[in-house]
Unconditional design. Structure first.
Length: 225
């Protein structure tokens, strides 16, 4: 299983270092990933970036590019998170450029997709149509691709999608996506084991519940295998 923590805009450099130090002591067969903010990057094989501009360097105020990421020997990136799509208005066109750029650099790309509540309320066919539109321009056969299905209405709300909703959506995604499929959206200590047991769920992307390292470690230990 892949168990990933997205810090979003939480943790400092100091607290990230402490988090990684504590995590180092954990014995697990699972693949762990941690995505700290850009100010708290470390050279560590489990660390990836939450964002990267599709350029080596240049006049892109506030962004970080390949040169800054490579300084830490990082080769993992999150692309397409709903907070960047919705709050920061990242277009599918920009997201596609990022994907192509970091794919050409051989990065492991965790690519996020997820529908808003009004689409979920229209039923599974509309959900899949929406998710497919978020995959336009993305090479779904890229061998270092991980797809994270994260319904927007479940992110940070404390209310996860139901087991049935996750199962049905992942089964439909599996019909055309061969890569690992993560679920994200209010995964917590109480539901991680059950979610990871669902067919076609290859792991989880966790925000809120992962920010306390003790809780993240407990969650990792809940998952079979
Ligand atoms: C996320 O933003 O990727 C996420 C899954 O957040 P949370 O676990 O807080 O819902």
């Amino acid at each position: 299983m892949i168990i990933a923590s997205n810090f979003k805009m939480n943790h400092t450099r100091k607290s990230t270092q402490q988090f990684l130090n504590q995590l180092k002591e954990v014995k697990t067969n699972h693949t762990i990933r941690v995505f700290p903010p850009a100010t708290a990057l470390f050279e560590n094989e489990i660390v990836g970036v939450q964002n990267g501009y599709p350029a080596i360097n240049g006049s892109f105020t506030g962004e970080i590019g390949l040169e800054q990421i490579k300084e830490f020997n990082i080769d993992k990136i999150l692309i397409g998170h709903s907070e960047r799509r919705n709050l920061l208005k990242e277009s599918q066109e920009l997201i596609t450029k990022k994907f192509e750029f970091y794919k050409n650099e051989n990065f492991e790309i965790t690519y996020c997709i997820g529908e808003p509540l009004e689409i979920r309320q229209k039923g599974i066919d509309e959900v899949i149509k929406f998710l497919k539109a978020q995959l336009v321009g993305i090479d779904i056969n890229y061998d270092k691709l991980i797809v994270a299905y994260e319904p927007v209405w479940a992110i940070g709300t404390g209310i996860s999608a139901t087991i049935q909703e996750i199962e049905e959506t992942h089964n439909k995604l599996r019909e055309f996506i061969k890569s690992s499929l993560l679920y994200g959206g209010s995964v917590k200590l109480e539901n991680i084991a059950e979610i990871c047991d669902i067919e076609n769920v290859d792991g989880v992307l966790i925000g809120t519940a992962s920010w306390q390292v003790e809780n993240f470690i407990k969650m990792i230990n809940q998952v079979k295998g």
